[in-house]
Design a binder for this molecule. Structure first.
Ligand SMILES: [Zn+2]
Ligand SMILES: [Zn+2]
Length: 1021
């Protein structure tokens, strides 16, 4: 006997029981250990930071991470899965700063770096319990007891080793360059971090500024401009960042482009001829046309002479090592800046004259180097203007309007507007990023660009377009990795510098450090974080002075990207890693934003260290939005709480939704409604079939027999077993190809057919009283379907699969593995696949559904028998098939005959009363005339239907025998007598008695087909 199954199911409750079973029986550990010796299958877990609650997007990626290793384990692979936690970096620091109410680095320094880092260390596991609970509840099977943690000393030591490898290859350097800088966090960001934080539709000023030409330089270029030397002339330039104007030291033009000198009121304006229109100067007189190259060498007055505003004025070449700058010693008054020609001047927007501030833009910086321009940088690292400008002390964005006002009052503003454009913000704190020239440590990834691209060719991306699209483009446009951070809580950069001679040295391990001459400062127990690591010093081998660590920590993306080696403390331990199958990963999965985050850092580090990729297959998930298609955010209040969904629908429902609602790479709109929908459409459909099977199997005391070979007594059995075997192939192929969505949808279609075709059409075989071979065949078939489904579903809906398996398999076969997750994945029996039968049944389904559509148009219930269905098929083959399948269609459509016709329209005209349903290749016409004898039969069926409802309402068991009483008009009495055998059989009535029953008998009155009838049912004791 199976334990009884209620058709009303509480999935969350069922799941809680199964969680206990897994826990008590160590099923996860056994599912791994029992496959030891099999080929390895490696998942790399992209480590989350546990300093906040897991959200719905974490659930999405975790169930996708889960499904593939589960499937592989059932296929015989050894698949240990290790959890990981990302613990360093700005996200953590920001959280602690918020707690402490800090808004600047000065406050951290004052508070004490050791105290600050202690709080960071505590905070990273603030939500660990919740993460673990969520991970277990959604059945993401991963070893949470032995996770890798990026802040562990051993982990840090491997990261040091990795950096040292790159250092030794000459791939680590310090550059004085323009880098994206977060003024709030006080640190540089890497280009992949910048890519995470672009915002569209950002409003900024759009201003056209006049730069006054110095008349004597005009004379120097001769009478070229053809203008009155007594009238002032100006170059017109455009910018969206007025705060960079005090740093302006040149104007750039395109040598070959056409420029115009325009006369306006009492002055001249110079700009690109092609852009006069867009600037609003098309109607003014052009006094001279000339080429950009003719303007080169003309001088103009600085908008803000740095000497006047107490700001340093340096010039290129700037020192590249340790930032030693040269200072201009030229005259302070009468300072002029030059017009230069460059290749970055756009003729699409602006004026064709570009304002160049070498401190604030990459191309500006390069132009500065090439043309040996002045370098003026009046902004500090917090983004505030220094010096003695009217707007000094302001944050740059707040200074913008003041600068505009100032220029306006001086008559140097031509036009001022606002524009909306895309601008980068800090991905963590959302401060606007500023581009600054400063010193940063770089990894020279551009040196291995070809290897990065070649390695990517070996990776399978799902969806495929990411490979040469988003990810491939990213690699093609590779820039060096700015990987140092001027922060506190992170892996300290393992580079030491001599106080005296400036010599640098990269240290690759703790032991290396300890063996240095003059090594000092180590405290036990050792902690490799700041500030303790900053105390570690040794003697400079060159000059004998003290070597001190540089102040920077490293990008936390480097930490997580180093996990393939760092989680194993390679090469200090586990040094066979690269040969024993633990590297590379077979599979990783994260959301699409990681193409520039973790996917990239993994790939870059692996390529730099080993010149090969570290993952073979990757599912790249689309973003998850709210039901309206908007990004979920706390401020909008549209964040979906995963616990609420799981407590209401269960984890399987959420998992099934994640796998099947849309392909993994698509953007998805999440709503509770869609989870309710998959529960109803799939989980409950399957549950009802399961409950139906168990209920009848228990009535008939069916016991599965492992030895029994199926001998089919029905085409239906043969058909569903054929479909089942085809399903095994389909699911296996799809999962093997990292496509859970395709696999899940196939399962869903199968369950639909199983419920709406196989079980529905077999119902009578389970109901009938005799226990014959046909009934046994039906039980055996349905049993096989459910057991196989439990195994196919195990990677998708591990709870429901376990429930089915425990009840159907473990109860009958004590020797079977005691969890579905210890079982093998189903193996197809191709001899059971019958393509013709499959095609035939599909044809029956199509015609039946068209027949029912014609009925519903005519408003005639399926219970009412009709005379004839006319069918036009697509081919002779189908016509022949129809002859074999006729009886099934007659039953399904409830008609007495079927005719094959060529022209259904002619039939429709001939019939007085008919309905046509057009299915494209197949068209049916239904004769809707109801002769009296069919009307009577229809009534008999209606009576049976009512009696069955009454049996249920009266609370009778499905197998209870009853007596039926009736009373009604003469016509109804005649129907009861004429169809007595049929009615008795269908309703398990021993007798049909024409009388009014006594007290306590379940009674109902109906009006059927216009006639009154009273019906009553009584259970036989
Ligand atoms: Zn920031
Ligand atoms: Zn030295």
């Amino acid at each position: 006997m199976f334990h009884s199954v209620n058709s009303k199911v509480n999935f969350p409750q069922v799941e809680e029981n199964i969680l206990n079973f897994w826990r008590n029986n160590n099923v996860f550990e056994r599912s791994v250990e029992s496959r030891r010796g099999g080929p390895r299958f490696v998942l790399y877990e992209g480590p989350p930071t546990a300093n906040g609650s897991p959200g719905i997007h974490h659930v999405l990626s975790r169930v996708f991470k889960d499904i593939i290793p589960r499937y592989k384990a059932m296929k015989g692979y050894y698949t240990p899965r290790i959890a990981g936690w990302d613990t360093h970096g700005l996200p953590v620091e920001l959280e602690v700063e918020r707690e402490l109410g800090f808004s600047s680095k000065a406050e951290i320094e004052e508070y004490g770096v050791d105290r600050f880092n202690t709080r960071c260390r505590e905070s990273v596991f603030g939500y660990l319990k919740e993460w673990e609970a969520m991970t277990e509840r959604i059945a993401f099977w991963v070893d949470l007891k032995h996770p890798y943690i990026t802040m562990d000393n051993k982990y840090i030591e491997t990261v040091w080793w990795a950096i040292k490898q790159m250092w030794d290859k000459g791939l680590v350097y310090q550059g004085y360059r323009v880098t994206p800088h977060c003024p709030r966090c006080g640190t540089s960001l890497s280009s992949h971090e910048v890519a995470l934080g672009y915002q569209d539709n950002v409003e900024d000023p759009s201003v056209y500024i006049k730069f006054k030409v110095v008349p004597n330089t005009l004379v120097a270029v001769g009478r070229l401009l053809n203008i009155d030397i007594n009238k002032p002339a100006y170059f017109l330039a455009w910018t969206t960042t007025p705060w960079t104007l005090p740093g302006n030291t040149a104007l750039a033009v395109a040598a070959d482009a056409d420029y115009a000198v325009v006369e306006i009121d009492n002055e001249y304006l110079i700009l690109a001829d092609a852009l006069r229109g867009s600037v609003g100067l098309e109607d003014y007189k052009v006094v001279k046309g000339l080429k950009g190259r003719d303007l080169v060498g003309i001088g103009y007055e600085p908008l803000y002479n740095p000497h006047k505003y107490s700001v340093g004025r340096e010039h290129f070449p700037l020192g590249t090592e340790a930032g030693v700058h040269k200072t201009r010693s030229e005259p302070q008054g009468g300072l002029t800046y030059p017009v230069i020609d460059t290749d970055f001047v756009s003729m699409e927007e602006g004026t064709g004259i570009v304002h160049v501030a070498p401190a604030y833009g990459e191309v500006d910086f390069e132009a500065g180097m090439y043309h040996e321009l002045d370098f003026v940088h009046p902004v500090d690292l917090q983004g505030n203007i220094i010096g003695s400008y009217p707007f000094s002390g302001k944050f740059v964005k707040d200074a913008d309007p003041l600068i505009i006002d100032d220029l306006k009052s001086r008559g140097l503003l031509y036009r001022s507007e606002r524009i909306r454009h895309t601008y980068p913000f800090c991905w963590r704190c959302e401060a606007p990023l500023l581009y600054y020239a400063k010193q940063t440590w770089y990894i020279k990834t551009t040196a291995v660009k070809e290897s990065l691209i070649a390695g990517n060719n070996e990776i399978n991306w799902y969806p495929e377009h990411i490979k040469y699209g988003r990810f491939g483009d990213w690699l093609e446009n590779n820039v060096d990795w700015a990987f140092s951070r001027e922060r506190y809580w992170g892996t300290p950069l393992n580079i030491w510098c001599c106080e005296s001679c400036g010599r640098y040295e990269c240290v690759g391990s703790v032991k290396d450090l300890e063996e240095k001459a003059g090594f000092a400062g180590l405290k036990e127990p050792s902690d490799l974080h700041r500030p303790f690591v900053d105390e570690l010093t040794f003697d400079c081998p060159k000059c004998g002075a003290k070597m001190r660590r540089v102040p920077e920590v490293i990008d936390c993306w480097f930490d997580s990207g180093a996990m393939p080696v760092a989680q194993w403390h390679y090469p200090f331990e586990n040094n066979t890693l690269l040969e024993d199958g633990r590297f590379p990963a077979d599979y990783i999965c994260e959301a699409v934003d990681q193409t520039r985050g973790w996917f990239y850092s993994l790939h870059a580090i692996s390529t730099l260290l080993f010149n090969r990729p570290c993952f073979n297959n990757v599912i790249c998930l689309g973003h998850i939005l709210d039901a309206k298609g908007e990004k979920m955010s706390k401020t909008k209040g549209n964040v979906v709480e995963p616990w609420a969904i799981i407590d209401k629908y269960g984890a399987d429902a959420l998992r099934w939704y994640c796998f099947t609602a849309s392909p993994p790479g698509n953007v998805r709109r999440f709503s509770e409604k869609s989870v309710a929908e998959v529960t109803r459409r799939f989980l409950l459909t399957l549950w009802n079939v399961y409950s139906f099977f168990v209920t009848y199997a228990n009535i008939d005391r069916f016991t599965p027999d492992a030895e029994a070979t199926l001998s089919f007594h029905s085409e239906l059995d043969k058909w569903i077993i054929s479909e089942l075997n085809q399903l095994i192939i389909d699911v296996d192929t799809a999962l093997d190809g990292y496509n859970p969505t395709e696999a899940g949808r196939k399962i869903e279609n199968f369950v639909n057919d199983l419920s709406n075709w196989y079980v529905r059409r077999s119902r009578r075989r389970f109901w009938k009283s005799e226990n014959d071979a046909d009934k046994l065949s039906a039980y055996t078939t349905l049993y096989e379907c459910l057991v196989t489904l439990s195994k196919l579903l195990a990677p998708f809906t591990p709870f429901l699969a376990e429930e089915l398996y425990q009840n159907l398999v473990c109860s009958a076969f004590p020797e079977a593995p005691n969890s579905v997750h210890l079982a093998d994945f189903p193996v197809v029996d191709v001899t059971k696949i019958d393509k013709r039968l499959s095609a035939d049944t599909l044809l029956v389904m199509k015609i039946s559904s068209l027949g029912r559509a014609a009925r519903s148009q005519a408003g005639i219930k399926v219970r009412q028998p009709l005379a004839k269905l006319f069918v036009k098929t697509a081919s002779r083959v189908q016509n022949n098939a129809l002859k074999r399948l006729e009886s099934q269609i007659l039953e399904e459509v409830n008609v007495q005959a079927l005719d094959i016709v060529d022209d259904p329209k002619v039939v429709l005209e001939r019939l007085k009363g008919g309905r046509l349903a057009d299915g494209g290749e197949i068209i049916v016409v239904l004769d809707t005339n109801i002769p009296p004898e069919l009307a009577a039969e229809g009534l008999a069926r209606e009576i049976v239907h009512r009696l069955q409802i009454m049996r249920r309402s009266a609370g009778f068991d499905i197998a209870d025998y009853i007596t039926t009483y009736y009373q009604g008009e003469a016509y109804m009495r005649k129907v009861m007598v004429d169809f007595a055998d049929y009615i008795r059989q269908e309703t398990l009535s021993r007798q049909l008695i024409e009388e009014v029953p006594g007290e306590g008998v379940f009674t109902e009155s109906y009006k059927l087909g216009g006639y009154d009838i009273l019906l009553a049912v009584k259970r036989l004791g």
